[in-house]
Design a protein around this ligand. Sequence first.
Ligand code: Z57
Length: 847
Amino acid sequence: EKWPRGDEKEWRSALRGLDTDVGSITKSVVHHVQTSLARQPHNLDDLGAYQAAALSVRDNLILNWNETQLQYTRKAPKRAYYLSLEFLMGRTLDNALLNLGLKDEYKDGIKRLGFSIEDILEQERDAALGNGGLGRLAACYLDSSASQELPLWGYGLRYKYGIFQQLISPEGNQLEAPDPWLEHQNPWELPRLDVVYDVRFYGQAERLDGKGRAQWTGGQEVLAIAYDVMIPGYGTQTTNNLRLWESRPKRGFDLNSFNAGNYEGAVESSNSAEAITSVLYPNDHTTFGKELRLKQQYFWTAASLADILRRFKNLDKPITEFPEYAAIQLNDTHPTLAIPELMRVLIDEEELDWNTAWGIVTNTFFYTNHTVLPEALEKWPVPLIEHVLPRHMQIIYDIVSLRSFFLTRTLSDASSSRTSVERKFPHDRERLARMSLIEEGQPKQVRMAHLACIGSRKVNGVAELHSDLVRTTILKDFVEFEGISKFGNVTNGITPRRWLDQCNPELSALISKTLKLDKTVWLKDLTKLEGLLPFTEDKAFCKEWAAIKQRNKERLAHHVELTLGLKVNTNALFDVQIKRLHEYKRQTLNILGVIHRYLTLKNMTPAKRKKVVNRVVFFAGKAAPAYYIAKLTIRLIVNVARIINADPDTKDHLTLYFLPDYSVSLAEVLIPASNISQHISTAGTEASGTSNMKFCLNGGLLLGTVDGANIEIAEEVGESNVFFFGHLTPAVEDLRFQHLYHPVPLEQKCPALAHVLNQVSAGLFGDGHVYEPLLNTVRQGDYYLLSDDFDSYIAALGMVDEAYSDSEEWVKKSIRTTAKMGKFSSDRAINEYAESYWNIEKVPVTK
Ligand code: Z57
């Protein structure tokens, strides 16, 4: 190969990589202080030192990123694309250092410059471009894809504002403040001002011929600009890409409007383009039907698809081979518009016929469902889609009526094996109505889960139970129509790099020492943790294990003291529930249980109180800003804390904290410190849960319902090492039926719970009237079955106390739990997707 230009020797000597000895690192950091930051060394603060260190680390990432992308281009493997509206990344510096294998070197170098690495890491703001589990899962999968050398890119939106900052008012109300996370420059992204696409909204779609072709013109055009976030693999040179789109006005100013003297109107059009990627929607498990949200979804899917298609076209292959080079994973239904969008491009722009296009589409997409809760299943009003995306509404109607309803397996049998629902189930009009993409009503609505399902090669849920529920409830008719093999399961996973090594370095070191394995080995084959099992009989090891948990509790206490000024009793059992506030997750059950415990303690003699297990309960989590009941739950928690933490009779035995502004970084402090964590959703409602895995990996025991991944965790660690309670999934429907048609007064059904509710009403925690709407969700209807599960919940908490009293046995349970968590590495999960879904292979990248 000929050198492209200049003196090859000159180039080659300049092209060598970066030195990573401590001396070179300090030089590089100081160089960035002087040049990139244009700052003086003598007034450098922690923030400046963080920025310089980050820029220095970023240099290393960029070289690996370049090499990786070069390999991908050269080898042209099939690639996977993970489309997610949310990527909840958290902080990057520590993870980048770990994955590059440069932690010790930078720690040392930073120290030589007079700073501490711990303080510097604390300067970084979280990238909080997500709400909760779904967004964090996407982040874990990116880490695993790079660590497993899989050619995968993420595609998302570069929101100017991530999830809101949560403040708690003195009355205990949640207040939302914007999260201007890009205030300082973000060293982890590379603006690609040359990677730009036009995206159209509104306008007219005119059909051209009988082949389903159309022309879409007019309306609003906005620009999508790419920002690339580098995703380093652990112990690999692979550095994958997360491409985030920013919206910009296509013409900064509309000159015609200016000439007409319409200054404000002209500026407004530019505002509306920028609004698209301005803010992450803070709703979790609810759909709002807002036009701007629909525009976000289309803007992102259209830009991503255009980018993927352009990359494919560089290969010079026939378009029918597209599915052999690209697998596109739809993270929930949020990117479902990619299905009609790819149809539009293939039909209107590539001029393919309908069947060929539909064959390509149905071999390209894969759809992951993350919930069966009805309120979370996306539906878009037909008139709204018609208005914003007229061409896509036509295509959706075409899918429904004439052309593909449904079933295409492969390209070759696209036309031959297509069977319509009507033909397969003649005269079954109810089935047709159930399965339709369009739900009748005022207005009609498009059911995005149905569209995602029929437009995809495969569909999966995120834990065994959940995948079963998908197959037997929301997509049952589609299983009967298309066959069960299309509907699979990939149990979620978490990255052990962030969720053990980074957040719990002492435990990680003890594990390496005990297994006599370098962490680079077991962090990539997490089943190696089983080697810890024999050490439950090793007294010194158990002692060390317990001591680390204790130090992590003290670290959390220290954090609470610094941030809230409160002193936490570290000689108590730490009980943690941290997750989005939602009725189905039943934080209300937890707080009512706390009140029950408080009332029980109040009734005891001091001597008897001394015998109970002392407990500190932690809550954290955000409520959707418009979710009134969830916000009221926060208010109750805060006010219960205010009263009981000040009660001299009980405060040594029971205290309670609501930690504001839950985030990835806060989770990294809370999780290693927990003795028990709560995952107490009504059976059948939590698709998987992933924090349950994080707690158990860090030796915290699990108190939970028989739901989601709790079940598989119990299968792994053994039922004797988890605390299960509550009704099972098959009972839930019957119980709800009974609540409605054969209600039993709460005083009779669950006197303990009735008493707790009455105490809240009576004003024990401040004005009881305030809480009536929350209490009434339990008294009337009780959709989430608190009254059915309360007694067994209290009993389970008692079992936890009893088990915790035997501290030697407790440590053994803790060790056994960690030892059996191998299955829940996101490396295992991403490999399942790669093999059984995407059909992609590793692309080794070496220097
Ligand atoms: C979200 O975080 C999840 C599901 C949703 O439908 C939406 Br919207 C947001 C969560 C599930 O609730 C968890 O159970 C699951 O572990 C997580 O997605 C990742 O699959």
